[in-house]
Design a protein around this ligand. Structure first.
Ligand code: UD1
Length: 416
């Protein structure tokens, strides 16, 4: 079990270069399967989830070659259609490969996806959309056996703007016969990024970021070179760490617009923020509570930033109320923050955070990716030493976490 040792109390100051977006790169890696040529993906973050995505591509028969700063993916030999169960269980986004495999093959076999346990996380929206596109899906003994005789464009309306279901539809419809109209899709920046990647290959997709995506199926898609957008959640996490330690930093390689809900709350909390074209400067000397912190689909406040922001509010002046509307079980970090001296009560989807003057270092456990990152944020803001166990969760999404925090003057090291 990996552990992270964090010594708190130092203001974090300096410059952080933000990595490529995990939630963009994962569907983009799946999308390389629908290309008829070789794809070059630049700036792919070196994190556990991208390693899992590469293992899935290789299990399907694709050739992946890593170079410093980029990787090439040649899917021409990806004739296999079964995603191994142990890889499905490693991360939720393994389900995205289903749409891409079905564009390549008439059959796909997968089991139910794993990933962070944030509640039930059903895949009903994915499956009903694929069925509408002409896929017959048999679910038995935990296996999804998907078959089709040619995918056909259709009109699909999602009852909730699911990010993953939107991406699966785009990947399954990109070469389907005719027109697919997707109503009420997710509007996250990562959806626009997937559209840009597919269109660069020659796809005809429009409307990503709006409430209707239109996909005209095409016959061929060429190989392309692509770099994903920056990771807005990693940026938000480091911003919370800098603000919480009353530091100041320049965040390079960010799209300020993607962070607008987070920046707006950080500013309400007392941070001084200056936005530039592709960077943000943040400084904080005093923190007050903000209300309410309600997670919403984009452009609302991201559920993935809820835990790091709660770690920040734990030591702000006043009381903040959090309402988690996306996932029903996303407060597992609360009990760990309380071990560090935080005054938080959570019931159902609501958490009430009464800011305290001090947090104290303690042994704590990461139960999921962002909750684990929140414990690192809290550890940096606390007095004394915090040891975060189960740090594997954090490595799923943060590239060179120890180096990035160390460059800002934070004291953090790996303990095995
Ligand atoms: C993606 C992100 C994740 C983020 C989440 C919400 C990736 C790799 N992961 O996850 O970091 O927290 O968006 O912004 O991009 N739902 C259903 N049925 C379905 C699908 C989803 O009921 O078939 C529900 C989920 O249980 C959840 C909500 O819809 O309550 C949002 O899920 P969704 O947008 O699909 O999230 P993911 O794509 O899994």
């Amino acid at each position: 079990m990996s552990k992270l040792k964090v010594e708190g109390g130092n203001p974090l100051c300096g410059v952080v270069d933000i990595q490529g977006a995990k939630n963009s790169v994962l569907p983009i890696l799946a999308a390389t399967l629908v290309s008829d040529g070789e794809c070059v993906i630049e700036g792919c973050p070196d994190i556990r989830d991208t390693h899992t995505a590469i293992e899935i591509l290789e299990a399907l028969g694709a050739r992946v070659t890593k170079h410093p700063g980029y990787m090439t993916i040649d899917a021409s030999s990806a004739g296999r259609y079964e995603i191994p169960d142990h890889l499905m269980r490693k991360m939720r986004s393994s389900i995205m490969f289903l749409g891409a495999i079905l564009t390549r093959n008439r059959r796909a076999l997968a089991t139910f996806p794993g990933g962070c346990e944030l509640g039930q996380r059903p895949i009903d929206l994915h499956l009903s959309a694929l069925r509408k596109l002409g896929v017959q899906i048999d679910e038995a003994y935990g296996v999804l056996d998907c078959r089709h005789d040619g995918l056909k464009g259709c009109e699909i309306t999602l009852t909730f703007p699911s990010v993953g279901a939107t991406e699966n539809v785009m990947l399954a419809a990109v070469k389907a016969e005719g027109l697919t109209i997707l109503n009420n899709p997710a509007k996250e920046p990562e959806i626009e990024d997937l559209q840009s990647f597919l269109n660069k290959m020659g796809a005809r997709i429009s409307g990503a970021g709006s409430s209707r995506i239109v996909i005209q199926g095409v016959k061929k898609l060429s190989g392309v070179t692509y770099r994903s957008i920056p990771d807005r959640i990693v940026a938000a996490t480091y911003m919370c760490a800098v603000a919480g330690t009353r530091g100041n930093a320049l965040f390079k390689n960010v799209v300020p617009q993607h962070l607008s809900a987070v920046l707006s709350l950080l500013s309400d909390a007392g941070c001084e923020i200056r936005c530039y074209e592709d960077s943000v400067f943040l400084e904080c000397s005093r923190l007050r509570s903000v209300n309410p912190v309600r997670t919403m689909p984009y452009p609302g406040f991201p559920t993935d930033a809820q835990a790091p922001f709660m770690a920040l509010m734990a030591r702000a002046e006043g009381t903040s109320v959090f309402v988690e509307t996306i996932f029903e079980n996303r407060y597992k970090h609360v009990g760990e923050l309380v071990r560090m001296g935080a005054n938080i009560t959570a019931e159902g989807r609501v958490a009430v955070v009464n800011g305290v003057k001090r947090l104290y270092g303690a042994p704590v456990e990461a139960f999921d990716l962002r909750g684990g990152a929140a414990l690192v944020v809290a550890g940096l803001c606390a007095e004394g030493e915090t040891v975060v166990s189960n740090a594997e969760h954090i490595y799923r999404g943060y590239e060179n976490l120890i180096g990035c925090i160390g460059d800002l003057g934070g004291k953090i090291s790996a303990e095995d």
